[in-house]
Design a protein around this ligand. Structure first.
Ligand SMILES: C[S@@+](CC[C@H](N)C(=O)[O-])C[C@H]1O[C@@H](n2cnc3c(N)ncnc32)[C@H](O)[C@@H]1O
Length: 334
């Protein structure tokens, strides 16, 4: 005992401690293998390559488009190209699945049970997890979950609660920084009243992957991927009920955020949902990864905060649930 205490007091200087192995779970000792095989549908391996002509074309077009829109602080070419295209739903730059706070097996288990209790919208009934493209999955209560499915369920229930999306005729949504189309896929499956969900992005790989993914899901009648250099024109032609930005502005430069906000304000997009990254469980501010607050910019373009709420309503789940953060809902002042 004396020796353990002595050693622990020394080890605490370097954030370490001696703990009995018998009190740890397998996922804490590394004895449980978390790496999963990448399941791919036919054709994915040949299409999802860095030399695909569509990806090359998008790269060229984005490189010559207005620089402000894509000015990168996180999403450099090296960053995005360090991840394999074929495992785009894996634990990578789009959706951290093992590296964000609370991403152990036990946190997934807690979050899955929580999500089942708050899903009055029925997202889980209308969506499943097929484990494709490298996504990490956890089976809880005989059902397969992923962070993709959990986050989407919580987000859509939040939006239904505050904006009653299911009651809006011909609902139109714009997703800025849409990644591989995670929320587009879940939204199109959930809301029969969605007339169009637009995905846009300033990173060519993301546009390329969302085009592929949403076509693969058979959602071309509901979802449109709009390349960066076509988005201004598209928004001039199209009313948008809600713009969403999920874990994207936190990874953008202030210049890029301002470019998007000026576009939304010019086209009078009324509702804006922002989910920042939150390494500290969020809540204190709407911030970039660097910690810089960008709420002043949002206000500058006429957006007023209507709701700020923890991702998980139960404080214990906000403490231990997968990747806790805060949700921010703004409305454009008229
Ligand atoms: C962490 S991913 C989140 C993806 C998606 N919103 C989700 O939650 O699944 C961040 C996204 O922001 C996009 N992004 C990076 N820089 C951007 C910019 N300047 N303008 C718009 N989107 C950007 C990336 O391409 C990527 O799709």
């Amino acid at each position: 005992m004396f020796l353990t205490r002595k050693l622990n007091s020394l080890l605490s200087l370097i954030d370490l401690s001696i703990v009995r192995k018998s009190v740890l779970y397998g996922w804490q000792t590394g004895e449980v293998e978390t790496k999963q095989d990448v399941l791919l549908p036919d054709g994915a391996e040949t299409y999802l390559t860095a030399t695909n002509p569509r990806l090359q074309e998008l790269r060229q077009r984005y490189a010559t488009f207005q620089a402000q829109a894509s000015m990168a602080i996180v999403w450099t070419d090296e960053y995005v190209q360090s991840y394999g295209l074929q495992s785009f739903r894996g634990d990578n730059c789009y959706v951290w699945q093992t590296r964000d706070p609370n991403c152990a097996e036990i946190n997934y288990c807690l979050t899955a049970y929580y999500v089942k209790t708050i899903d009055s919208l029925g997202v889980l009934e209308k969506n499943s997890e097929d484990g494709l493209f490298g996504v990490h999955t956890y089976t809880v209560d005989l059902r397969v979950f992923s962070r993709d499915l959990l986050d989407s369920t919580v987000e859509l229930n939040f939006l239904e609660k505050h904006l009653q999306l299911s009651h809006i005729d011909d609902l139109t949504i714009l997703d800025i920084g849409a990644g591989y189309g995670r929320l587009a896929y879940r939204t199109a499956n959930t809301f029969p009243n969605v007339s169009r969900y637009f995905c846009t992005d300033a990173v060519p790989e993301s546009t390329f992957l969302s085009e592929y993914h949403l076509k693969f899901r058979g959602l071309e009648d509901k979802v449109t991927v709009v390349p960066l250099d076509e988005i201004e024109k598209k928004l001039q032609e199209q009313k948008i009920d809600l713009a969403v930005n999920i874990h994207s502005f936190s990874e953008c430069s202030l210049e890029a955020i301002e470019w998007w906000l000026s576009l939304l304000a010019a086209e009078k997009v009324k509702n804006l949902f922002i989910v920042p990254n939150a390494s500290d469980h969020g809540g204190d501010k709407l911030a970039l990864n660097s910690g810089e607050d960008f709420s002043i910019l949002v206000e500058k373009y006429g957006y007023r905060l209507q709701v700020k709420a923890p991702k998980y309503e139960d404080p214990m789940v906000q403490k231990y649930g997968v990747s806790p953060t805060y949700y921010y809902l703004f409305e454009l002042e008229s």
